[in-house]
Design a binder for this molecule. Structure first.
Ligand code: ZN
Length: 245
């Protein structure tokens, strides 16, 4: 892969994308599994996964086989960011095995890819990495989770020049109708328990400064606040300068 392709790949991978991917043979990352997985039945057709529509599904009628795809929230230890990992039923089975043996709350795990980019024989191994301290667990548990049901991996679109122009601007602000909805929901809750910490999670001072790309996460935070869960203030930036020194 030349430098231009590699730079493009990394830019797409890190441009606020919420999906975590290992793209090349031997690539690995240390993650902490969080929340509840979300599984769907899909067909592999036309070089990509398509959700099965159930009774009305055309692909089922065509005799296309079903497979399971599972999405999980994963905390990427190196990037200190919550992302979504999408995997096959086979990989999920391996995750269940380490979950049974070690527990997913108290351990981080290494996920490693075996298989070149584009290979249909790609596999992932899941191995225990290290036990988490109570502090690490508390920090990770306080981070908001992505709404797995609403999130769709748009990798095919992202890598196709024909459709990339139609991709929404990742920095576009949230839609006014959504701001109105969020505002009316947050008005029902104590400001210091919902409005302030949720704005803080996005580094914003007003609801209309939240980016459209963060809508799903903002929504899940509001849902958590509505259930009475505490929303933790955001962690301080890693390179914070002490202006009181
Ligand atoms: Zn189907």
């Amino acid at each position: 892969m030349n430098g231009w392709d590699r730079a493009k790949e990394l830019t797409l991978k890190n441009a606020g994308g919420i999906f975590f991917r290992l793209q090349n043979d031997g690539e690995k990352a240390v993650v902490v599994f969080r929340g509840v997985p979300f599984a769907t039945e899909v067909h592999w057709t036309g070089g990509k996964y398509v959700d099965c529509d159930g009774a009305a599904c055309e692909h089922c009628k065509d005799g296309s086989g079903l497979s399971t795809r599972v999405k999980l929230n994963v905390f990427l230890v190196a990037e200190r960011a919550m992302k979504i990992f999408e995997c096959s039923g086979k990989t999920f089975h391996d995750i269940l095995e380490v979950r049974d043996k070690y527990g997913v709350d108290a351990w981080s795990f290494q996920i490693k890819r075996s298989g070149a980019a584009g290979s249909t024989k790609t596999k992932y191994s899941v191995l225990p990495e290290k036990q988490l301290t109570a502090d690490e667990q508390a920090h990770i548990n306080a981070l908001p989770l992505h709404n797995l049901e609403a999130a769709h991996d748009d990798e095919e679109e992202a890598t196709s020049p024909a459709t990339s122009a139609r991709r929404p601007d990742p920095n576009a602000p949230i839609a006014p109708a959504v701001v109105t909805e969020f505002r009316s929901r947050l008005r029902q809750l104590p400001k210091e328990k919902a409005y302030y910490p949720i704005l803080g999670a996005f580094g914003c001072e007003r609801l209309d400064e939240i980016r459209a790309a963060d809508e799903a996460m903002a929504r899940s935070l509001i849902e958590r606040a509505e259930r009475g869960e505490a929303i933790a203030p955001p962690p301080p930036p890693a390179n914070e300068l002490d202006e009181f020194a």
